[in-house]
Design a protein around this ligand. Structure first.
Ligand code: ADP
Length: 256
C-alpha cells in the first residue's frame, strides 16, 4: 500500500514529468507551427498569380479567331505573373533549404569593396531609369572571409528595396567602413520610410508594410527574411532605422 506521502510524491512526479515533457516539446511544436504557417502562406501567395494566369489564358482561348498580336495584352499579363511566380518559388526554395540546413555557404577570402562595387554598378541603369541618384563610398580595402555570392545577394536585396521604395528625384547611398574587426555596410535612402510599428516585423516572412501599396511594387515579402538568414549565417547583425516620409537606413555589421 502507498502512504499519503507516497501518493503525493507520485502525483508530483507525474505532473513534474508532464511539465518537463511539455517544456521539451514546446520548441518542436512552435517550429512545426512555423512550418505549417509557411506552407499555408506560400500556397496563398502562389494562388493569386496562378489565378491571374488562368483568367488571362482563358481570355485568349475564348478569342481563338483573333491573332496572337491582338491578344498580346493577355499574354503579357500571363508572362509577367509567371516571372513573379518564378521569383517567389526561388525565394521559397532558398528559405526551405535554409530551414533544413541544406543551404550551403562557400566561404573564402574576397575583396568586399570590389564585390559591392560590382553590385552597385549593376543597379546604375535601374537608378537612371527611375531618376534616383545612386551614391557609393567604399572606404575600406582589404579582404573579407565569407560567401561572396551570398553577400552580393544580400546587397541586391537591400539596394533593390531602397530603389523600389524611393520615388523619382530621391537618393540611395551605399557605404562600407572598417571598424577594427567589423566591416560595416550602410544602405540608406530618401524614400517613403517605414512606421515604427512595422520596423520589427519587416524581417518576417511575407510581411509587407502596406499590402495595398506593396501590391503596386514588385516583391515577395521574402527578401529581408533571406537577407536576415545570410547575415546570421555570417555571424553578423542588421539594424534598421527609419523616418516615415524621409527615408530608411539599414546597417549591416559583419565580423571579418
Ligand atoms: P518585398 O519583396 O515586399 O520588398 P522584403 O522582405 O524585402 O519584401 O521587405 C519587406 C517590407 O519591408 C516591404 O514590403 C516594404 O514594405 C518594407 N521595406 C523594405 N525595405 C524598405 C525601404 N528601403 N523603404 C521602405 N520600406 C521598405
Amino acid at each position: 500500500t502507498l502512504s499519503v506521502g507516497g501518493l503525493v510524491c507520485l502525483g508530483l512526479s507525474y505532473y513534474g514529468s508532464r511539465f518537463m515533457a511539455d517544456r521539451a516539446m514546446a520548441p518542436i511544436k512552435s517550429s512545426w507551427q512555423r512550418q505549417q504557417d509557411f506552407v499555408a502562406d506560400a500556397s496563398h501567395e502562389l494562388r493569386t498569380p496562378l489565378t491571374v494566369v488562368q483568367v488571362n489564358l482563358e481570355l485568349v482561348k475564348g478569342n481563338s479567331d483573333e491573332t496572337v498580336a491582338s491578344q498580346s495584352k493577355w499574354l503579357d499579363n500571363s508572362l509577367l505573373e509567371m516571372k513573379r511566380m518564378s521569383k517567389l518559388v526561388d525565394d521559397l526554395l532558398f528559405l526551405a533549404r535554409a530551414d533544413s540546413q541544406q543551404q550551403t555557404l562557400e566561404m573564402k577570402q574576397f575583396p568586399l569593396n570590389t564585390a559591392l562595387r560590382e553590385v552597385i554598378e549593376s543597379f546604375k541603369p535601374l537608378a537612371e531609369t527611375h531618376e534616383i541618384l545612386l551614391e557609393c563610398s567604399l572606404n575600406s580595402e582589404g579582404m573579407y572571409y565569407g560567401d561572396e555570392n551570398r553577400i552580393k545577394q544580400l546587397m541586391v536585396i537591400l539596394l533593390d528595396n531602397a530603389l523600389k521604395y524611393t520615388p523619382s528625384g530621391g537618393q540611395v547611398s551605399l557605404s562600407l567602413q572598417n571598424w577594427g574587426t567589423l566591416a560595416e555596410i550602410t544602405v540608406s535612402d530618401t524614400g517613403e520610410g517605414i512606421d515604427q510599428e512595422h520596423l520589427a516585423k519587416i524581417f518576417e516572412r511575407f510581411y509587407r508594410v502596406d499590402q495595398a501599396r506593396s501590391q503596386q511594387t514588385e516583391g515577395t515579402g521574402l527578401g529581408l527574411a533571406i537577407a536576415d538568414w545570410i547575415i546570421r549565417s555570417h555571424h553578423g547583425r542588421i539594424k534598421v532605422s527609419s523616418s516615415p516620409g524621409k527615408g530608411t537606413t539599414f546597417v549591416v555589421s559583419l565580423p571579418k
